[in-house]
Design a protein around this ligand. Structure first.
Ligand code: PMP
Length: 285
């Protein structure tokens, strides 16, 4: 059974109720995080909670808990589920109001919701073959650095990929790569790892940071810079990264092979570094 946390209570997920007047429901007025848990230990929890804090500050929603408060709830949600590997979802909205009104309520009472699902690793097939992606113009708003629940544009863009039997939609704005509809994107050209710079146009991924840290630690040459569309289309390797997908090679883009059309050596190496890093973190190293 799935147990969730809603405003101080733990209860079965299908029994949890919120008001239709909640601004999360009416306006997508909220922040969220997805935290991967391996062997029952949250991965990069402090970093996820720091990003939540930044999003909430930008939304002008008071953070209802400090690091210790959040950590205790996350630990409890993890303990209440049977899986060693989980994906914990947490959300804070500005809460309900008496009337529908764009302006904030005078005394907001944020809604806090957490749930967890089993985190299923990428299949051996996906890791061996990679996944297919399409591309689309990035028509989202100009605060893509905030992890808000207002994800309609991301949902529409992701569905374009699903409609074509693909895993992800790569987004280009003004001729440059931003990210995927629900992932960050890395490019490999001539043995060099390229990553778009953090800005208001993309989400600063926790996995993105780990990948760049691993590149630095292992001496893989890498550059953080704007990546024009033609460099993406003629890349040797493309990867998508996210907390639930980790590092996953993209081997087809818009019906054409990426590089050789097979998973590349640098992607395989990064995947191995990532797995080893997870293992040391989970052992408390
Ligand atoms: N960009 C977008 C738009 C996303 O939704 C996600 C995943 N939540 C990411 C990037 C990757 O972020 P992270 O590595 O923190 O999961």
């Amino acid at each position: 059974m799935n147990i969730c946390y809603l405003n101080g209570q733990y209860l079965p997920r299908d029994e949890a109720r919120i008001s239709p007047m909640d601004r999360g429901f009416l306006f997508g007025d909220g922040a969220y995080e997805v935290i991967p848990v391996y062997s029952r230990r949250p991965f990069r929890l402090a970093e996820h909670l720091a990003r939540l804090d930044r999003t909430l500050a930008a939304l002008r929603i008071a953070n209802p808990y400090d690091l210790a408060g959040w950590s205790a709830i996350v630990a409890e949600i993890v303990a209440r589920h049977p899986w060693a590997d989980q994906s914990v979802y947490l959300q804070v909205t500005r809460g309900p109001d008496a009337k529908r009104n764009h302006a904030f309520p005078a005394a907001p009472q944020p809604t806090v919701f957490l749930m967890s699902d089993e985190l299923v690793a990428n299949s051996a097939d996906q890791l061996a073959e990679g996944v297919a992606a399409i591309s689309a113009p990035d028509y989202r708003w100009l605060r893509c650095d905030l992890k808000t629940t207002a994800l309609l544009a991301n949902c529409l863009l992701r569905q374009l990929a699903v409609d074509k039997g693909c895993a992800e939609t790569l987004l280009f704005r003004d001729g440059y790569l931003t990210e995927g509809s629900a992932s960050n994107i890395f490019v490999v050209r001539g043995g060099v790892l390229l990553a778009p710079p953090k800005s208001h146009l993309m989400l600063p991924g926790i996995t993105y940071d780990v990948v760049l840290e691993l590149a630095a630690r292992h001496g893989l040459s890498h550059e953080v810079r704007e990546i024009p569309e033609d460099e993406v289309r003629s890349a040797d390797e493309l990867w998508l990264t996210s907390s639930t997908k980790e590092v996953l090679p993209i081997t087809r883009l818009d019906d054409r092979p990426v590089g050789t059309g097979r998973c590349g050596p640098i992607g395989r190496q990064m995947h191995a570094w990532y797995q080893a890093f997870k293992d040391t973190e989970m052992r408390g190293g």
